[in-house]
Design a protein around this ligand. Sequence first.
Ligand code: COA
Length: 213
Amino acid sequence: MSSFDETEAIYVRELGIDDIAPIYHLGEGLFTSDLYPYLYRTWDEWEVIGLYNTDPEYCLVAETGGELAGFILGTIITKASWTYGYILWLGVSPKYQRRGVADKLVDKVVARMIEDGARFMLVDTDPTNTSALKFFNRKGFGNIRQHIFLSMNLSKHEYYGRLIDYEHQKAERAGYKRSRPAIRARKPDSVANEVVLNPLAGESQTTEDQSPI
Ligand SMILES: CC(C)(COP(=O)(O)OP(=O)(O)OC[C@H]1O[C@@H](n2cnc3c(N)ncnc32)[C@H](O)[C@@H]1OP(=O)(O)O)[C@@H](O)C(=O)NCCC(=O)NCCS
């Protein structure tokens, strides 16, 4: 049985400093790598910290009964004479889903974006994220355009793979040299101590930076 009280109000407010960690952890459970397999959409603490820093007016949380129920993080993009509102992250705790939390968060952020000149809204998600697609369709988002990502494993590429091997060898050579005690002519003790403190001093860099290719 759900512990949610249907009559409990959903309260939307701006994100505060103390919300950063709870939002990050809620997002960790929602924005999983199968939904967001692309680096440009990787959920990490910088998404919350960064947007809180740059776009605090479009970073909102929903609370119910004093508990964090969900959040929305957005930004505004201005291109030529057009202003777009962009919803970057929207997440609702599984405990509070299907109760209108996202609905309230989106309404509030869109109202703020309209106030700031937005006349278009953008959002993106994985094509398999049916709950989000249904949600956004119901809110009026449409005109779906698919975007294709291409990727390449550099290690398996004929040319770039050789560059990677070269970088590995360079790092190994540097590590090997650094782990060896510097061979130097005998010096008075004070100078010898300096060598121990700074074992890299005097190492030649001349051949290191020459690419084999
Ligand atoms: C998508 C998400 C934000 C929706 O939040 P929510 O608070 O549950 O949504 P709401 O209750 O305001 O929305 C209700 C409507 O959205 C649609 N919807 C939401 N979740 C749905 C689901 N699991 N299956 C089908 N439709 C769903 C329905 O039309 C629903 O209306 P109904 O309950 O009357 O059928 C939430 O499921 C979530 O956090 N998902 C994981 C993160 C994510 O994918 N975020 C979006 C991209 S950034």
